[in-house]
Design a protein around this ligand. Structure first.
Ligand code: UD1
Ligand code: UDP
Length: 373
């Protein structure tokens, strides 16, 4: 038997880890599965556990209002260290580049328990973009015994850092596995925030923004740009913004965008409703990593509200344009997509480079290979 301790704490980790947990469950005679959530996110995590039918074996319940990076790191490191000592798994499995994943991988390294990293090798080569994720993922990859890279480019990044090729497996991104699973489900929008959105009457521009490096002026600029777009296209466009629960985001977004008729500020959506909203949108403006990976599968162009992206593959494929945080550029690029149908068609027809929905199968196959040498 191989004992796996899967650790995650935030919304995107839950989405991207769920298909792996499902695959591991398919081999009950080979894998002993333990799931520990840190609950770095609480309200934004729990609905995803229900959706994917995940019942954690332990819940560290660490989230605090406006929490610091120190709080997340220290609490996870201490509490998870004790759990790893008790469980002694063969592998600790983490995903992505959150501080939960970084602290969990370090706790595992300190206990000399092997680490396997899903979505390894993403890099911008700028330690402040995104902050603190670029350093988080470097630490995770440095202590990992198995690196599941989502693309050949991510594998190349790992090799460049001196990580042995025997540790790396190119798998595709598990977000596509989750997306394909959820996109097929029927949903009823009655009684949800989606009920009030004129999905079939106006062009919906879907917005999300939450990154720490954008707090302050960049997020203010993003909101000013959204306001300008909403006012300029008031008759034909509806902006829908599920606002991240981080108080730093809530405050800025509400102070600039509240009260504009065609801007709907709503709570974060459960995954099945968010996927439905992506499907019904005309265009997406975001600083999210996961959404850059998902949107091309749904044929939706994405403008990235950041200076750089660690996902150059979607830019190369033509599905995503990095527009930064300056209002003029955001407004100009959005206007182009609203008015230039040739450009819109080009971007929406790009092929998604992040996989075929079988990433989690490849990950579990590799873990099986480790067992059989
Ligand atoms: C975290 C990750 C980021 C990831 C993002 C996904 C780190 C440092 N950041 O950022 O990499 O892209 O999640 O969304 O790991 N809050 C709630 N309820 C929730 C979730 C958050 O109230 O369910 C509020 C709390 O006040 C919390 C704050 O948001 O303190 C910040 O949460 P945190 O997880 O520290 O940062 P994120 O910006 O969500
Ligand atoms: N998402 C969601 N509801 C929302 C906003 C996003 O379910 O209201 C999903 C989205 O489809 C993607 C993931 O959450 O799979 C992205 O999470 P986030 O942007 O918080 O994190 P990042 O990907 O930037 O780390």
């Amino acid at each position: 038997m191989i004992k796996i301790l899967t650790v995650f704490g935030t919304r995107p980790e839950a989405i991207k880890m769920a298909p792996v947990i499902k695959q591991l469950r398919a081999y009950p005679d080979t894998f002993v599965n333990r799931v520990c959530i840190t609950a770095q996110h609480r309200q934004m995590l729990d609905p995803f556990l229900n959706l994917f039918d995940i019942k954690p074996d332990c819940d560290l319940d660490i989230m605090q209002e406006d929490q610091s990076l120190e709080h997340i790191t220290v609490t996870v490191l201490r509490q998870l260290g004790e759990i790893i000592k008790k469980e002694r798994p063969d592998y600790l499995l983490v995903q992505g580049d959150t501080t939960t994943s970084m602290a969990a991988s370090l706790a595992s390294f300190y206990q000399k328990v092997k680490v396997a990293h899903v979505e390894a090798g993403l890099r911008t080569w700028n330690v402040l973009q995104p902050y603190p994720e670029e350093i988080n993922r470097k630490i995770i990859d440095a202590v990992s015994n198995l690196c599941f890279a989502h693309t050949p480019q991510a594998r190349q990044n790992l090799l460049q850092e001196g990580i042995g090729e025997e540790k790396i497996e190119v798998t595709g991104n598990t977000v596509i596995d989750a997306l394909l699973d959820v996109a097929e489900r029927n949903i009823d929008v009655k009684g949800t925030a989606l009920e009030n959105i004129p999905l079939n009457k106006k062009k919906v521009i879907l917005v999300t923004a939450h990154r720490r490096e954008s707090f302050g002026e960049p997020l203010t600029n993003i909101c000013r740009a959204i306001k300008e777009i909403a006012l300029k296209y008031s008759s034909g466009v509806c902006v829908v913004y599920p606002v991240h629960l981080n108080p730093n985001v809530q405050k800025t977004v509400h102070s600039i965008l509240k009260g504009i008729e065609n801007v709907l500020l709503i709570n974060p959506l459960d995954y099945e409703y968010f996927v439905h909203l992506m499907k019904k949108s005309f265009l997406i403006l975001t600083d999210s990593g996961g959404i850059q990976e998902e949107a091309p599968s749904l044929g939706k162009p994405v403008l990235v509200l950041r200076k750089v992206t660690e996902r150059p593959e979607v830019v190369g494929a033509g599905a995503v344009e990095v527009v930064g945080t300056q209002p003029e550029k955001i407004v100009e690029s959005t206007a182009q997509l609203l008015e230039d149908s040739e450009k819109y068609q080009r971007m929406s027809k790009a092929i998604n480079p992040y996989g075929d929905g079988k990433a989690s199968q490849r990950i579990v196959k590799r873990l099986l290979r480790e067992k059989h040498g």
